[in-house]
Design a protein around this ligand. Structure first.
Ligand SMILES: CC(C)(COP(=O)(O)OP(=O)(O)OC[C@H]1O[C@@H](n2cnc3c(N)ncnc32)[C@H](O)[C@@H]1OP(=O)(O)O)[C@@H](O)C(=O)NCCC(=O)NCCS
Length: 166
């Protein structure tokens, strides 16, 4: 899939911007970890995660403008990686799909992954539709799996194989 997004490693200079996206109520509401993240916690996370050679923390830009953040875990050539992402709160429709497509081009190209896996809360319609639009297969449902307030929400598991992206 051809698109005009580019990816680059997240840097210290991006942290405040990315934290403001991550802390938006609409983003927090659909994440597994919903608390408001402070700058110290965010810096500690970055210090640890950016040293981990099996992780990729990536800023996605379009015509030089940041449009979102994507991360891959358990990265190794031929491996199976879990991804996560969010778009800028001001993103226009279609941003998620373009961001996702650019990230998957990178995952199955430069990173040489065999498979990318994603998980979404059952209430996260945008993420579910985005995974489906990108060609992910729904591989299972973890029933009443994630505690939220006084209930447990289903988690939808997605997978996409390298040759399916080709
Ligand atoms: C998930 C996310 C990146 C999608 O970004 P986006 O720019 O809305 O993506 P797209 O415009 O490509 O839309 C994807 C689909 O979701 C739909 N959608 C978007 N926002 C929606 C909403 N709030 N409610 C219902 N559907 C929504 C779109 O209409 C589109 O559906 P379509 O394929 O039938 O047209 C963005 O919503 C986001 O950052 N969410 C918060 C973080 C998050 O959920 N991360 C993933 C955790 S698993």
């Amino acid at each position: 899939m051809i698109n005009s997004c580019s990816l680059r490693p997240l840097t210290e200079n991006d942290l405040a911007m990315v934290l403001s996206w991550r802390n938006e109520p609409a983003v927090r509401a659909v994440m597994f970890n919903r608390h408001e993240i402070g700058m110290d916690e965010h810096r500690d996370w970055f210090a640890t995660a950016s040293r981990d050679e099996t992780r990729r923390l990536l800023l996605v830009e379009e015509a030089g403008v940041p449009i979102g953040y994507v991360q891959f875990a358990n990265v190794r050539p031929g491996g199976v990686s879990d991804w996560g992402f969010y778009a800028t709160p001001s993103a226009r429709k279609g941003t998620g799909r373009r961001l996702g497509a650019a990230a998957l081009n990178h995952a199955f190209g430069a990173l040489g992954l065999h498979k990318v896996c994603g998980q979404a809360l059952a209430s996260n319609t945008a993420s579910i539709r985005m995974h489906c639009a990108l060609g992910f297969c729904q591989e299972g449902i973890l029933r009443q799996h994630h505690p939220i307030d006084d209930r447990h929400e289903d988690v939808i598991c997605f997978g996409l194989l390298s040759h399916e992206w080709d």
